[in-house]
Design a protein around this ligand. Structure first.
Ligand code: ZN
Length: 72
């Protein structure tokens, strides 16, 4: 927990990821928040994880649909 600088893990920005951009977020120690230098998104670790899950789910569903479409 006492790590300085970057966060424990590199989280990708869910907002950018939705637009096909894989951007690592930075960690703001003072606010205990992650932020994206590209799109101004900020959020707590929990928020980032939740949004990333949502994006992953959406992408997964999309890929499934596309795959299915190919097979039909
Ligand atoms: Zn972003």
């Amino acid at each position: 927990m006492a790590q300085s600088g970057k966060g424990k893990l590199n989280y990708r920005c869910p907002s950018c990821f939705m637009r096909d951009l894989d951007i690592d977020m930075f960690y703001d120690k003072e606010k205990d928040e992650y932020y994206c230098i590209r799109c101004q998104y900020t959020g707590s670790e929990k928020d980032v994880l939740e949004k990333n899950e949502m994006v992953r789910f959406r992408y997964g569903a999309m890929n499934k649909r596309i795959t299915k479409f190919d097979f039909d």
